[in-house]
Ligand binder design. Structure first.
Ligand SMILES: NC(=O)c1ccc[n+]([C@@H]2O[C@H](COP(=O)([O-])OP(=O)(O)OC[C@H]3O[C@@H](n4cnc5c(N)ncnc54)[C@H](OP(=O)(O)O)[C@@H]3O)[C@@H](O)[C@H]2O)c1
Length: 300
């Protein structure tokens, strides 16, 4: 190695780039080593978490993990009978936890969404404790693997309602309660542009207004759920594993983080990959999933 070359501007640029990448990588990786800050939102052991889209999948995984970690839980969903069944399951599995439900279809939302605030207030008055955690989980696609031009108006509208509109409205409605509940707001989000921007803006707004609320956006890769019946594996964990990993990231000091270590590694590889390769890998994967889905539908 010729050390005399180390003084060129290009070597300084190389060193600066290396330092930047190392700092970025280390900051991102350390989130998996820090202990969870969740306990600070339930010092009294009487506090509540509200999980949206809680009757199935990742949302229900969050409910199980929150009950396991000593919270009382309010399940949000659209199907009362399914939610009540979930309540029975949680009561049997976690007899110490109080479990309640709120019912609201997030598609076709009206001003009646404000009533969720009143319902939650009634629960807290009757049962005690404060609302200290909100997991904004509800979302998903209306007709998966379909290009925009093949979707109908109502399908596009429903997808935006599920992934963006409801989370904004429910956060608005519940923010005053969360603030009273010693400030825990866990915004669960998939890798959705609006959700990322909303989370970052909300975090900045809360900080600026000195609100005692922590905002965290969780990035998520593939997770095995009832609606997404993929083979379980290192890169496709069960819903509860993902939920547990997500809760462990609370208090990590960052606004948007990967919830689960193996998804983080995947995300890192996507960051490094050239865009054409990323697009190819993503489309190939989507096509394979679509084919699997069609074959399963034929067998049904
Ligand atoms: N699974 C994955 O691999 C994956 C990957 C990345 C991101 N995500 C994101 O993670 C979140 C949860 O996904 P998941 O796979 O757990 O979904 P899921 O298994 O399909 O569960 C979705 C939940 O949302 C509820 N829901 C759906 N439409 C609703 C509506 N119109 N009104 C009220 N509730 C409604 C469902 O209720 P019902 O029980 O009544 O249907 C269910 O409780 C979503 O935001 C999704 O985009 C998932």
């Amino acid at each position: 190695m010729n050390l005399s070359n180390w003084n060129t501007p290009l070597s300084y640029l190389g060193l600066a780039t290396l330092a930047y990448i190392t700092i970025k990588f280390t900051r991102s990786a350390t989130t998996f080593l820090l202990p969870s800050g969740l306990t600070r939102y339930n010092r009294t052991k009487a506090n509540w978490a509200l999980v949206t889209g809680a009757s199935d999948g990742i949302g229900f995984g969050f409910c199980q993990e929150l009950c396991h970690r000593g919270f009382n839980v309010i399940l949000h969903g659209r199907n009362r009978a399914k939610l009540e069944k979930r309540v029975q399951g949680l009561n049997a599995q976690f007899p110490m936890a109080k479990v309640e439900i709120v019912v609201c279809d997030v598609v076709g939302l009206t001003g009646a969404v404000d009533e969720i605030g009143s319902e939650v207030r009634e629960i807290l008055t009757a049962q005690g404790g404060e609302l200290s955690v909100l997991v904004n989980n509800v979302g998903g696609e209306t007709r998966p693997y379909t290009v925009l031009s093949d979707l109908r108006f109502d399908e596009v509208d429903a997808t935006i309602a599920k992934n963006a509109v409801f989370m904004t409205q429910i956060t608005r409605v519940l923010l005053p309660l969360l603030e009273k509940g010693d400030g825990g707001l866990c915004v669960y989000a998939a890798t959705k542009g609006f959700v990322d921007s909303f989370t970052k803006a909300l975090e900045a707004e809360c900080k600026n207004e000195k609100r005692n609320v922590e905002v965290l956006g969780l990035r998520v890769g593939q997770v095995r759920t009832a609606g997404f019946d993929i083979a379980p594996g290192l890169f496709s964990p069960e819903a509860r594993t993902l939920a547990s990993a997500g809760l462990n990231r609370i208090g990590c000091g960052r606004v948007i983080v990967w919830a689960y270590f193996w998804h983080w590694l995947q995300g890192l590889s996507f960051d490094i990959m050239p865009r054409w390769l990323l697009v190819k890998v993503s489309i190939d994967r989507m096509m394979a999933l679509k084919k699997e889905d069609e074959e399963k539908a034929k067998k049904r």
